[in-house]
Design a protein around this ligand. Structure first.
Ligand SMILES: [Zn+2]
Ligand SMILES: [Zn+2]
Length: 355
């Protein structure tokens, strides 16, 4: 197999490695498509040390074809087209959180029998648990299925922060998570969705793909004032934050929210946030919710819900996938994903079918 090996930072090499054999309960998958997520870029940009031994494999937004079965696997067949729920989200199965279905917040998340697990979508093959594989409906292609992970994050966020037809919902950020979240929110009945971003072309994709009804271009103007102007000075009922990073943006989101509204944080912040508890907590009585990845909601898998919604045509992944690269050009793909301002990328995909 052709493994994509990460040696730290920008050093990514494609090397020939023996194809692994699936163990009991596992399957071998020939990967077809894998998305480059913002979290894949942390180490690439030198912002975070890897928890893995050097070199390591990665790629948790993936789809492929089952090409080998381990012992005891009887729910899948060789040749099945599958979306794969990211392996780093596997819970221990026995703690309080796991038993109520919230395995994404298990304190031993990603550990199975003492060893750390993750998906390897950037390599040509990956061994994964059969229970993480979901057969794709005919209408869902491999590239679209690589976005299931993002859609599931959106579904989780909307499950945790309900949207209604009469609410105004603001989404801060215009990346793949914002786009998928916007489409999910609309499908769940959100009335008016306003997206705040910095690039007009991307925001136009949001409106075209049904992720937003309107947008605010936040270049040097004040997006808080723009939101207030668009909401008759009352602010939005729901504000989703998808940017994270080093910004102090939760406070800004709280200014955009109306009294009694909700700020729902989806972005991953690397710095503590300072919040005016008097102004936003007491005076406006805002609700603050957090969304970390996804798992299940009321007993239903959020990843499976994403498949069903894609299969039913409620979501439109194609406009969000702006760039495709063959595996041999993975460095170019990461460069495009890392510098979206110059590449214009929303979601960059490694398409293993490209020569
Ligand atoms: Zn991701
Ligand atoms: Zn657990």
């Amino acid at each position: 197999m052709k493994a994509a090996l990460f040696y730290g930072g920008k050093d990514i090499r494609i090397e020939e490695r023996p194809t692994p054999n699936p163990g009991p309960g596992e399957v071998l998958v020939e990967i077809r498509s894998a998305g480059i997520c913002g979290s894949d870029l942390h180490n690439y940009r030198g912002n975070r040390q890897s928890v893995w031994e050097n070199p390591w494999e990665q790629g948790h937004e993936l789809s492929g074809v089952v090409s080998g079965l381990g012992d005891g696997v009887n729910n899948l067949s060789v040749g099945d087209r599958v979306g794969i729920e990211a392996e780093h989200l596997i819970g221990c199965g026995s703690c309080v959180q796991c038993r109520r279905g919230d395995y994404h917040i298990c304190s031993r998340r990603g550990m199975v029998n003492g060893s750390r697990h993750a998906s390897h979508g950037f390599s040509s093959h990956d061994v994964t648990f059969a229970s993480n594989c979901f057969v794709l409906p005919d209408g869902v292609g491999f590239d679209q299925a690589a976005l299931l992970d993002c859609y599931a994050c959106g579904i989780h966020a909307v499950n945790r922060t309900a949207v209604t037809p009469t609410d105004t919902t603001v989404i801060v950020g215009a990346g793949a998570i914002a786009m998928t979240l916007g489409q999910v929110a609309k499908a769940y009945g959100a009335g008016r969705v306003i997206m705040v971003g910095t690039r007009v072309e991307t925001l136009e994709v949001a409106v075209r793909s049904g992720a937003a009804d309107e947008f605010i271009v936040n270049v040097c103007n004040d997006p808080v004032q723009d939101v207030l102007n668009l909401t008759g000075a009352t602010g939005a009922e729901v504000v989703f934050e998808t940017v994270g990073g080093e910004s102090q943006i939760i406070s800004q989101c709280m200014q955009m929210a109306g009294r009694g509204g909700t700020v729902s944080v989806v972005g991953l912040f690397t710095k503590p946030q300072i919040i005016d508890s008097q102004e936003y907590g007491m005076a406006k009585e805002l609700r603050l919710t957090w969304s970390n990845s996804y798992s299940s909601w009321k007993g239903v898998s959020e990843y499976k819900s994403a498949i069903d919604m894609l299969g039913d045509g409620l979501l439109d992944a194609n406009p969000i996938i702006t760039h495709r690269f063959p595996q041999r050009n993975i460095s170019e793909a990461f460069a495009a994903a890392s510098d979206k301002k110059s590449s214009g990328a929303i979601r960059v995909i490694i398409d293993h079918c490209l020569p």
